[in-house]
Design a protein around this ligand. Structure first.
Ligand code: ADP
Ligand code: ADP
Length: 234
């Protein structure tokens, strides 16, 4: 089964008497092991698409499948279990300020009920993978933006998800740091085999990491192709 599949998905929001179409007629297959880019301007429907993948929204029409499993029309407890197999990386990092880098990475392992010794070993392994072993005891306020995002990526990978959603993950970073984080995402994909969905409004980001890209505009996929085909090359 593909990592993610949208079958004729539509999503509307009704507020009072106004209905907004956030997504219409979305048919999409994201294959296992690829880095798939989703690009579009503000309001194009990117966040709604992400929220449909992680089950935070339900489609108005059609069906969303993750790892071949429908994520709608199933009990909420099962949605939560499926969500454990999806890592999320955010624009504003969403780290706990009161926890160290190690404590942040450890958090999902606590939630998943891992025993202390296993957590400790896993945290050390993850911090090493993202190149931050020496920052284990630093607090987010003591880290640079790029370091914070590497902690965010380590945390997202803690429970070994098959799928990673990077939602504007580099939008708060300068170009040099962006390059560093994108290299890490490529390493996650190549060495761990994790399928990655990169959501962004920045073409350079897609160009640097994505194998394929869907261009979203006004809630529709207006172009879907290999990254090389979508962007003109100088
Ligand atoms: P993007 O992430 O690309 O900026 P969004 O998915 O946030 O786009 O929004 C797509 C459209 O759906 C926009 O017109 C937005 O105003 C609308 N929308 C998104 N979420 C909601 C909501 N909870 N209630 C009402 N309208 C919404
Ligand atoms: P907090 O203040 O959030 O509790 P700590 O720094 O005390 O953060 O550690 C949180 C968890 O991370 C603990 O389980 C600890 O064993 C583990 N940990 C701390 N430092 C390291 C490290 N260098 N390598 C691996 N795990 C660590």
């Amino acid at each position: 089964a593909p990592a993610v599949e949208f079958r004729s998905v539509g999503k509307t929001f009704t507020v009072g008497r106004t209905t907004t179409t956030a997504l219409a007629d979305i048919d999409l297959r994201i294959e296992r092991g690829e880095i798939f880019g989703i690009i579009g301007y503000s309001g194009a429907g990117k966040s709604t698409l992400v929220r449909l993948i992680n089950g935070l929204e339900k489609p108005t029409t059609g069906e969303v499948l993750v790892g071949g499993q429908p994520i709608t029309g199933i009990p909420e407890a099962r949605v939560r279990r499926l969500r454990l197999d999806i890592g999320m990386v955010f624009q504003q990092f969403n780290l706990f300020r009161s926890r160290t880098a190690a404590g942040n990475v450890e958090y999902p392992l606590r939630v998943a009920g891992w025993p202390r010794a296993k957590r400790k070993a896993r945290v050390a392994e993850l911090l090493e993978f993202v190149g931050l072993s020496d920052k284990a005891r630093s607090y987010p306020d003591q880290l640079s933006g790029g370091q914070k995002q590497r902690v965010g990526i380590a945390r997202a990978l803690a429970t070994s998800p098959a799928l990673l959603l990077a939602d504007e993950a580099t939008s708060a970073l300068d170009p040099e740091t962006t390059g560093e984080v994108l290299r890490l995402l490529r390493k996650v994909n190549a060495e761990l085999g994790v399928t990655i969905v990169v959501i962004t409004h920045e073409m350079d980001v897609i160009r640097a990491v994505a194998d394929r890209v869907a261009v979203l505009a006004e809630g529709r996929v207006v172009e879907l192709a290999g990254t090389f085909d979508v962007f003109a090359h100088p």
